[in-house]
Write a protein that binds this ligand. Sequence first.
Ligand code: XLS
Ligand code: CA
Ligand code: CA
Length: 438
Amino acid sequence: MKEYFPMISKVKYEGKGSKNPFAFKYYDAERIVVGKPMKEHLKFAMSWWHTLCAGGADPFGTTTMDRSYGGLTDPMDIARAKVDAGFEFMTKLGIEYFCFHDADIAPEGKTFAQTKSNLWEIVEYIEQKMKQTGIKLLWGTANCFNSPRYMHGAGTSCNAHSFAYAAAQIKNAIEATVRLGGKGYVFWGGREGYETLLNTDMALELDNMARLMRMAVDYGRSIGFEGDFYIEPKPKEPTKHQYDFDAATVLGFLRKYGLDKDFKLNIEANHATLAGHTFEHELTVARINDAFGSIDANSGDPNLGWDTDQFPTDVYSATLCMLEVIRAGGFTNGGLNFDAKVRRGSFTFEDIVYAYISGMDTFALGLLKAYEVIEDGRIDEFVKQRYISYTEGIGKDIKEGRASLESLEKYILENDAVQMQSGRQEYLETVLNNILFG
Ligand code: XLS
Ligand code: CA
Ligand code: CA
């Protein structure tokens, strides 16, 4: 069989002293870290779209990356070659999961019936490869944002025919996910937002989006899907205002429509920063609301205001992310999907290998450092002490629901000299640097 990544055989862990660009410096898959192998803490996944499909096109220029897989022209031949290349890549890197959109794995046909048969032909081929390699599906999704039929949205379209088309696509994408044993199904609302309120019935659009999600849950559960449905928040791009703005907004939506039992959140780093939050803020909001599900690991660029989907290399951010994952009890159905693409100028297959090695090493180091932060204990202890006033007296009464405005006024009349304590932010930042670089 044709080899697409001849520059690597099995990528191994060689330790931080290694200068081999095709070796892991921190990711040691089988190393036991606090009771389980690193690979189980991290559950790395390959994104089919960025890794096997994206050609480097941007609004100002054409593709730079050859994704013809050796000059193939027939879309179904290309789709099969992507399966071969993808499984070769994951096997060599030791990546045990992947994620896909329907449109990434199989080409659209002239009719929906043709699209459906293309999809199922490739699903069967993927299924064989999964059996041979033991690689698993993390989550599946439907691409309901690319086609002109979704120019006004999919679930939130003003056009019921577009809504119905999205429903048909989602039905098949859920079936494919179930058939491939996926434990997650993602809704990312690419076109689910608006450009101007002058032409928008926001109430109907949101009700309809919830209706589509309810249909997905009902259908998924009826065919045996026991995993999690996810919403992936993002504030803008492609629409000016996307309905799933951030984790807090999504939680409000899910609760309003009674979808919170079936849905969790898929948090993407770059989307968090576009919403004006940190990655760890969004993860914390998900965790404290029992909605932590899965992660799209990538990063944006502080100098650019759009979704650059870069490979994550920031160990500081990865550490704070992994701290949240640990606090959430680790991944259950979710994992760490590299929703990341190489830069337009990094156009060779070799660059994809470097990118994944770098992303995996970054999160492996982040995992180790997060446990060091916990073991060190200074940060957690500081936070505990900071809220100590709620463990006794009036604070305990507040926390346990025994206080009222009257009882607190009485207390203040007798004790009106409030003593404050420092938040010690600079000290804590030094502690973190000390653990990361000390
Ligand atoms: C785009 C999103 C998308 C989702 C899946 O910004 O990140 O790729 O993860 O549809
Ligand atoms: Ca994503
Ligand atoms: Ca993104």
